[in-house]
Design a protein around this ligand. Structure first.
Ligand code: PGA
Length: 260
């Protein structure tokens, strides 16, 4: 059975000290409530990674980078490698976020190379995909997702990697906009992603791979979104910046995993 996962993507927010405080708040909330059945990740900016990893060490909370280079080391000004992320305490890395695809021009081929490097270097990649609004309006959502799976996941792995990978379905039009996919739209996309994973990597991989929903998940809509049988938790942006809201969303995932 898949464990629920709630991952916070802090994006370019929080100083080192603010990050430490937020991580402490989340860790204390989790220690008090002990929400079994839910894994939790925090995704601070690079500079706060070590401080956050130190703050949550000894708790069940893991730490994720928001990006990485596919190069192991060398003359790549401004880049951060997989081994550097691990050295800072990360266990996971978010890749192919739509902000990196759209604002930094990252394509599926590059994302696949990063996913392969992350996995080979001992980080679990969280590979993001999802359709822009025009694609959904044109009725081409599933086609778009299939293309991204083929090029950014199948392009990275010929067989399921030993540490596995996580997929985040994030409709671009729902990210940071306050709009969310309906639970039905989200479940349809997630079920489709799982089917495609089964076609490519087999039943076991499809059944074990966690597929997160992302895009304006908030305390008041999280439970409905997580109720879908193929929705294994969330990748949370804005609401992960507030400890109380993030803990509420973790509670929603716990309630859902307890009921399934
Ligand atoms: P949001 O961001 O929750 O602020 O919409 C989600 C994401 O970008 O991962």
């Amino acid at each position: 059975m898949r464990r629920a996962l709630v991952a916070g993507n802090w994006k370019m927010n929080k100083t080192i000290e603010d990050g430490r405080k937020l991580a402490r708040d989340v860790a204390q909330g989790i220690a008090q409530e002990n929400p079994s059945g839910v894994d939790v990740l925090l995704g601070p900016p690079y500079l706060a990674l070590t401080a956050v990893a130190e703050t949550v060490s000894g708790s069940a909370i893991g730490v994720a980078g928001q990006n990485c280079s596919h190069h192991p080391d060398g003359a790549y000004t401004g880049e951060v490698s997989v081994s550097m992320l691990r050295d800072a305490g990360a266990t996971h890395v978010i890749l192919g976020h739509s902000e990196r695809r759209e604002l930094m021009g990252e394509g599926d081929g590059l994302i696949a190379r990063k996913a392969a490097a992350a996995s080979a270097g001992g980080l679990t990649p969280i590979i993001c995909l999802g359709e822009p609004f025009t694609t959904r309006k044109a009725g081409k959502t599933l086609e778009h997702i299939a293309h991204q799976i083929e090029h950014s996941i199948q392009g990275a792995f010929t067989s399921p990697p030993p540490g596995g990978f996580i997929v985040a379905y994030e409709p671009v039009w729902a990210i940071g906009t306050g709009l969310t996919a309906t639970p039905e739209q989200a479940q349809e996309a997630h079920a489709f992603i799982r089917e495609r994973l089964e076609d490519i990597f087999g039943l076991e991989c499809a059944q074990e791979t966690r597929i997160l929903y992302g895009g304006s998940v908030k305390p008041d809509n999280a439970a409905d979104l997580f109720a879908g049988p193929d929705i294994d938790g969330g990748l949370i942006g804005g609401a992960s910046l507030n400890g109380g809201d993030f803990l509420e969303i973790i509670r929603a995932a716990r309630t859902d995993s307890a009921s399934t």
